[in-house]
Design a protein around this ligand. Structure first.
Ligand code: FE
Length: 225
């Protein structure tokens, strides 16, 4: 499934075919409706909880573009939130993300302390359970593999805290370009990351090229409360 499948073409597929395609289609950010995803042949997985780490700042801005003009390769994130029990999309969840900039700096800390907002933001999920963000490919900081932090709030409660990861081969390619190429030799990859090791494989973004940048998608299974 390459993500070019349209909603229309997926809707035209019959029940079993749609069910078989459900998981991949959902990962690509394109899916027909909850019933296709909720088929008996498709299992929803609870996305593992992972530490929020030391760089969370609460009550960030509700906005799609979180870059504040900072440099980097464009990255669109389509983060789907589904009920891990029923596999149905959760509409209206607040998805809260934060990550370091292309230089490996978090707003509010260290070299980024003059601002508390860049590369941080909140979006609500739509009727398909998807929150969309415009950002740049994260840089890296010492001791961690490349990641994006995420929290999901439903009706004011935090129902998920996790981290999203990138396939290392994609990161290697992305980092050959400026400004990432100014900081070669990232020192931790997924397999050797102490947080990734605890279930990170289930929080791996599906990443594909799109124009001059990338699109990253994932389905996060959460409990509603
Ligand atoms: Fe981090």
């Amino acid at each position: 499934m390459d993500g070019r499948l349209t909603r229309g073409s997926l809707l035209k597929l019959g029940g079993l075919a749609a069910a078989a395609l459900g998981t991949d289609a959902f990962k690509s950010g394109w899916f027909a409706d909850g019933s296709a995803i909720a088929s008996d042949t498709v299992t929803c997985v609870l996305t593992p909880e992972q530490t929020e780490g030391p760089y969370y700042i609460a009550n960030e801005k509700v906005r799609r573009n979180i870059t504040e003009g900072r440099p980097g390769t464009p990255l669109t994130l389509r983060l789907a939130v589904v009920n891990a029990s029923t596999c149905k999309p959760i509409k209206g969840a607040a998805v809260d993300i934060w990550h370091c900039d292309a230089a490996g700096t978090y707003s509010g800390f260290g070299a980024g302390r003059a601002s508390r907002t860049f590369m941080r933001g909140i979006q609500r999920t739509n009727a398909e359970g998807i929150a969309t963000f415009k950002t740049v490919y994260p840089g890296w900081y010492s001791g961690r593999t490349v990641h994006i932090h995420v929290k999901v709030h439903v009706r004011g409660n935090v129902v998920h805290t996790g981290q999203l990861y990138f396939p290392d081969a994609v990161t290697d390619a992305a980092y050959r370009r400026a400004p990432y190429s100014n900081r070669p030799n990232r020192n931790v990859r997924n397999a050797s990351d102490s947080v990734y090791r605890n279930g990170g494989k289930r929080s791996l973004l599906r990443v594909r090229r799109s124009g001059s940048g990338y699109v990253g998608t994932i389905k996060m299974g959460v409990h509603r409360s």
